[in-house]
Design a protein around this ligand. Sequence first.
Ligand SMILES: Nc1nc2c(ncn2[C@@H]2O[C@H](COP(=O)(O)OP(=O)(O)O)[C@@H](O)[C@H]2O)c(=O)[nH]1
Ligand SMILES: [Mg+2]
Length: 209
Amino acid sequence: MACDDYDDSGGNGDSWAPVAAKILIAGGFGAGKTTLVGSLTEIRPLRTEEDLTGPGVLTDTVVGVERKRTTTVAMDFGRITISEGLVVYLFGMPGQERFWFMWDDLAYGMLGAVVLADTRRLSDCFPAIDYFEHRQSPFVVAVNCFDGSPDHQISEVREALDIDAHVPVVRCDARRRALCRDALVTLVEHAAAQLAAGPPTPSTQPASR
Ligand SMILES: Nc1nc2c(ncn2[C@@H]2O[C@H](COP(=O)(O)OP(=O)(O)O)[C@@H](O)[C@H]2O)c(=O)[nH]1
Ligand SMILES: [Mg+2]
């Protein structure tokens, strides 16, 4: 686990800091990453949003997400306190292929990832799933429920994504804090179980795709 558990009390144990964990929020363009980080964070989120422009449709297709008006041009960042002893730093991983060069740096030292899946464009989350499977990093899939999107069973989404049976798949709504928090807790529990089971979990090692 990526953590900074320190005691600056000079050894008398009076002072302590919570464990800090780094969690990535991944998924395709328009899957809800910026929304989820904004729903969860207790600090003002760092956002790098820019308006979608006409020429941009050549690279960022909005088919299926026609109401999307902006795009993240670097990453999202936020923080949430899960419990007295655990603070999570959230990093939204830009999904488009032109940003894949950033993924290794963002993933360095992470505890795990939440991959947001949009059932209207399910294949858009394949690269993120492939990436975390390849790294053998803990991840969960959160099926983001958009208005009017096909209401697939979780088992159908799991089958369509062809992910291992041990990887949790949960329902989410990136606009609802409680559901986002549940997804994070599922990930933390899954990561703890994976770490307890022992190697291989080279999640602190940069990996190339
Ligand atoms: N109905 C619905 N809309 C959502 C949800 N999550 C995000 N949106 C909307 O979908 C659009 C794209 O979300 P955004 O967070 O920018 O996606 P990103 O590209 O993954 O960062 C925005 O207009 C959001 O308001 C959700 O769970 N349900
Ligand atoms: Mg975004």
